[in-house]
Design a protein around this ligand. Sequence first.
Ligand SMILES: [Zn+2]
Ligand SMILES: [Zn+2]
Length: 60
Amino acid sequence: MSDEQTCQRCGETVELEKEDFELFERMHPDCFHFAFEHDLTKPGIGADENCGDDACPVGA
Ligand SMILES: [Zn+2]
Ligand SMILES: [Zn+2]
């Protein structure tokens, strides 16, 4: 058994505690944000635009 954690969205290794990794649906926190939260308030927003969410990694 490998304990390597792979992001379900981008396929890269995720360096997080297992609990946190599960919390983010087996993704990076940023990938989780783009997958579920980024366009909630602004549908159709681009990946390079800040969506206004505190967790948004864009333009921080
Ligand atoms: Zn990822
Ligand atoms: Zn965002």
